[in-house]
Design a binder for this molecule. Structure first.
Ligand SMILES: C[S@@+](CC[C@H](N)C(=O)[O-])C[C@H]1O[C@@H](n2cnc3c(N)ncnc32)[C@H](O)[C@@H]1O
Length: 443
């Protein structure tokens, strides 16, 4: 398939220069990699409700029904026993573009989801040619320049639309565009094939399993929460890592989940209802520390030394979310704003951790400023912090920076295009993980 060479359509150099200022020689590899689809699909099984073996059987049955003898493989990985991976299909077989079909245009974020196996939901459909019938097969394109007007009825004449697959129409134009009061929802086009080779299963997430990227699971495994402990998840919504922690803790202990977005906390709270060890609060994590609070308080703010472990899965530029067909960050100042908030939240995490406690800092991005530079800054500012071994180790080491020794880089995990990824051919998103321990005594 044709993929863009950079996620920054039309804004190339302006933003590219911001990503790897020290290791700029890595950009040639990184930028096209960000644009491509990770081809392995991963689910996290809720082991409080079902067994991995039972869920594997369920997935295999579904895949056999869809793909018969060419069904992709479902397999596990010993480092993350609660995860199941689905291998890609052989793309050379049946995703052929056929000139006789009508065309359907989606925006680039919908296109990215399609390439990862999703069907097309009504809000993502920008253009459907007039006369397109129910159940007709259409060629689906992503609108790279972002110039296609929603509701377009004629063929979108553009050299930079990207063919992403073939789908069956489940909603017609009048259903998609005629009711302005109540915009259409639900699946508008069921994808039959896509050009990435990721099976078009849609999202099978339910209470038993969650569609989740591999590094997000590694991140919680690295935190290593134990039953009975007191854990703070500082930026928790939508709660995917929070529920993973609760499952590893067998729902025993206390997890406090903070997020400053009211709407995200509302939807997360519904999801957390079955996990009695989790309490969620809408709260600004930059204000989470207050020594006037009780040590065992379950509502923020919290006193010094309140937590055994803290996860800071920071708000970030999100550039690791592959495929980035066209990144929606258009200004360098937007990219530059993240380290500030990341440092502010980390400054609260350090006092909140008990001596000997563990802090995991993670981002789903790839910029040095939000990854290795934050680690280097934290080690300089907080002498009570040290980097410790982060297992399971599936990512590559961190990139070298002047403030970090080689041995320290080796303790970090950067998920990127590097050949050193310790992942046995698993193709996944960009991500960064650092594991700190607060020293018992400050030297
Ligand atoms: C990367 S997402 C977290 C994803 C989550 N950990 C998961 O795995 O499901 C970052 C979150 O940080 C939240 N956030 C941003 N600024 C914050 C702040 N000052 N305090 C708390 N949460 C914040 C955002 O609302 C967003 O939900």
């Amino acid at each position: 398939m044709f993929y863009p060479k950079t996620p920054f359509y039309g804004k190339g150099l302006l933003l590219e220069n911001q990503i790897l200022k020290v290791n700029s020689h890595e950009l040639n590899k990184l930028l096209p990699w960000l644009c491509k689809t990770p081809r392995t699909t991963t689910y996290r099984i809720n082991t409080l409700r079902t067994s991995v073996a039972d869920y594997k059987l369920k997935l295999e049955t579904k895949l056999s029904a869809l793909y018969g003898s060419s069904a992709p493989l479902v397999y596990g990985l010993k480092e993350i026993p609660e995860m199941l991976c689905i291998s890609p299909l052989d793309t050379t077989t049946d995703n052929k573009y056929d000139d006789c079909r009508k065309e359907l245009i989606v925006d680039t974020s919908c296109g990215a989801a399609v390439l990862r196996g999703a069907h097309i939901y009504a809000p993502g459909v920008l253009a459907m040619e007039s006369g397109t019938q129910l159940h007709e097969l259409v060629n689906v394109f992503a609108d790279l320049p972002g110039k296609c007007k929603r509701g377009t009825a004629t063929r979108y004449d553009c050299n930079e639309k990207i063919f992403i697959g073939v789908g069956e129409v489940l909603m017609q134009r009048h259903q998609l565009y005629n009711n302005k009061e109540q915009p259409a929802s639900g699946i508008a086009v069921r994808m039959q094939t896509n050009v990435s080779g990721v099976p078009t299963l849609g999202d099978l997430s339910d209470e038993d399993a969650l569609l989740q990227n591999l590094p997000s699971m590694v991140c919680v495994r690295v935190l290593d929460p134990q039953p009975g402990e007191r854990i703070l998840d500082m930026c928790a919504a939508p709660g995917n890592k929070t529920t993973h922690m609760a499952e590893l803790m067998c729902n025993r202990g206390t997890i406090i989940a903070l997020d400053n977005s009211a709407s995200r906390v509302r939807s997360m709270t519904e999801k957390l209802a079955n996990y009695t060890c989790i309490t969620a609060h809408q709260f600004d994590a930059t204000k989470a520390w207050d020594d006037n609070s009780d040590l065992d308080s379950i509502a923020p703010p919290f006193a010094s030394g309140s937590f055994d472990r803290i996860l800071l899965d920071a708000p970030c530029s999100g550039l690791g979310n592959r495929p980035q067909l066209c990144c929606n960050i258009k200004q360098p100042k937007v990219l530059q704003s993240y380290p500030h908030i990341q440092r502010n939240i980390l400054s609260q995490a350090v006092p909140l951790l008990r001596p000997g406690g563990i802090l995991v800092y993670s981002t789903c991005t790839v910029t040095e400023a939000e990854c290795e530079e934050i680690v280097s800054w934290a080690l300089r500012k907080y002498t009570e912090l040290q980097l410790v071994d982060a297992t399971p180790k599936l990512g590559a080491p961190g990139l070298p920076l002047p403030g970090l020794e080689a041995a320290q880089c080796d303790l970090l995990q950067r998920f990127g295009p590097s050949r050193e990824n310790r992942m046995q051919n698993l193709d996944t998103v960009g991500f960064f993980i650092a594991k700190f321990q607060k020293k018992r005594e400050i030297s």
